[in-house]
Design a protein around this ligand. Structure first.
Ligand SMILES: *[C@@H]1O[C@H](CO)[C@@H](O)[C@H](O)[C@H]1NC(C)=O
Ligand SMILES: *[C@@H]1O[C@H](CO)[C@@H](O)[C@H](O)[C@H]1NC(C)=O
Ligand SMILES: *[C@@H]1O[C@H](CO)[C@@H](O)[C@H](O)[C@H]1NC(C)=O
Ligand SMILES: *[C@@H]1O[C@H](CO)[C@@H](O)[C@H](O)[C@H]1NC(C)=O
Ligand SMILES: *[C@@H]1O[C@H](CO)[C@@H](O)[C@H](O)[C@H]1NC(C)=O
Length: 404
């Protein structure tokens, strides 16, 4: 009786809460390209929406695609599917030049706006850079562009990123995105496209992790990157000394970088703890080689979090050198991002070992233990069904001045 009386009351007086009612979540399947080299997903761009594969990059904040203008010899887009703005009824040219640099290259072109659909969300008038120059190797077929998932403060164009428009509009059930990334690094006999895991927007996928998510805050004023401060780095049980300056221990948590990038002094300290290791030469200059049989692992912890996370031996070992009995190349590379940039980039080498959560509010990054189900998903299988999901929710991007 009590329940049905309450139900009647609710039915009569409760006003549907529009902000709550419209909040949504989504779940996008990813593809793992080139043995954990990059993780991409499908979005729809323009009207009608053209399907395009893009890298999902928490380490940058612009959205760009290779356009039909990128077809000249030497423009760096050879073999890539190119997007044709003339086929979209909603493309607008802002006539503002665009250029963005990454550790591994750059892309340039012209800014404009169009409608973007991703994971069942649609943003109208999203800023987009149409690139006609892309550094060779930055994208590999079938990837046509990059969707930056960091904060607006970091964007070269000044525009609000796709994800941030949605989260600020209150479209998400919970203000966070969460990644699970598969591992095919050591399966060199397999093809270069494998199931890549997933990203959820607005929710966690509680089938993919166990225990609690352990969050560390982004230091105040450092929002832009998804940036944490390293608290410790250890080889097995032995810690290396970190810099006395917290600013130099800043680490970008970056789904769009393959390896773990670290300052030269830290890399030397790591390998000083692995007997038999030395700087590699020739094709592998910049890397270290070490005895594969050491099964070396690296454990990181971040300021403000309560636990540490280990890069498995399977991820620390990037490859076995063919002509030597027991020499492996480690998945650690010297950062050369300049003095003002963060010195550490925590890429997929680390992220494959955890469930990772990028939380908008309060600004933080959390990690959780992968579930048994998630650990069992790094096996060859059918590629996920990747048609563009029809939008359940549409938001218009804020009107903004774009910068060149
Ligand atoms: C956009 O405008 C710029 C400058 O006016 C022009 O060079 C470029 O070709 C235009 N691009 C497209 C796709 O319309
Ligand atoms: C790759 O590494 C994982 C984890 O160590 C292991 O379970 C798997 O058997 C390895 N696969 C191959 C092909 O060596
Ligand atoms: C996400 O998609 C995968 C694969 O389709 C499914 O197994 C999983 O349950 C989904 N998770 C959520 C939170 O919808
Ligand atoms: C490394 O792993 C292999 C295979 O599990 C094992 O046989 C070997 O003893 C390990 N080496 C060390 C130094 O722990
Ligand atoms: C693929 O996904 C689309 C959109 O979510 C759906 O309409 C279609 O039925 C799916 N196809 C298969 C084979 O699952």
């Amino acid at each position: 009786w009590a329940r049905s009386a309450a139900d009647r009351l609710l039915a009569k007086y409760a006003v549907p809460a529009p902000a709550l009612a419209k909040r949504r979540t989504t779940n996008v399947s990813l593809i793992n390209a080139n043995h954990d080299g990059s993780y991409y997903g499908l979005l729809g761009l323009g009207t009608p929406p053209a399907p395009l594969n893009v890298l999902l990059d928490t380490g940058s904040a612009d959205f760009w695609v290779a356009g039909t203008g990128c077809s000249l010899a030497g423009s760096g887009c050879g073999g890539l599917p190119l997007w044709d703005p003339k086929r979209s009824g909603t493309y607008e040219n802002a006539s503002v030049p665009f250029s963005v640099g990454y550790g591994s290259g750059h892309a340039s072109g012209v800014l404009g706006w169009d409608t973007v659909q991703f994971g069942g969300f649609e943003v109208v008038h999203q800023a987009i850079a149409l690139c006609d120059h892309v550094s060779p190797g930055l994208l590999t077929n079938p990837i046509s562009g990059l969707l930056g998932l960091a904060f607006q403060q970091l964007s070269a164009s000044g525009a609000t990123p796709f994800w941030e428009t949605l989260v600020r509009a209150g479209e998400w059930d919970t203000p966070l995105m969460a990644f699970f990334l598969t591992r095919f690094l050591n399966s060199s006999a397999l093809g270069t496209q494998q199931p890549g895991g997933s990203v959820t927007l607005g929710t966690l996928d509680d089938t993919l992790y166990s225990g609690e998510v352990d969050y560390a805050p982004i230091p105040a004023g450092r929002q832009g990157y998804w940036l944490l401060e390293l608290a410790s780095v250890a080889v097995g049980a032995n810690s290396i000394p970190l810099s006395a300056s917290n600013a130099l221990n800043a680490a970008v948590i970056d789904t769009g970088t393959t390896l773990l990038l670290a300052p030269a002094s830290a890399i030397q300290a790591v390998f000083a703890l692995i007997p038999g290791s030395q700087p590699a030469t020739g094709d592998y200059a910049g890397y270290y080689q070490y005895p594969c049989s050491s099964n070396a692992t690296l454990t990181l912890s971040f300021s403000g979090a309560s636990r540490a996370w280990t890069i498995s031996a399977a991820d620390f070992q990037l490859l076995k050198l063919a002509n030597t009995a027991d020499s492996c190349i480690a998945a650690l590379y010297q950062s050369n991002l300049g003095q003002t940039a963060p010195q550490w980039v925590v890429g997929d080498t680390f992220l494959k070992n955890v469930y990772s959560v990028f939380r908008y509010d309060p600004p933080s990054v959390g990690f959780a233990q992968l579930s048994a189900k998630a650990s069992g998903l790094s096996v060859p299988g059918m590629l996920p069904n990747v048609s563009v999901q029809p939008p359940q929710a549409t938001v218009t991007a804020p009107a903004e001045q774009l910068s060149g």
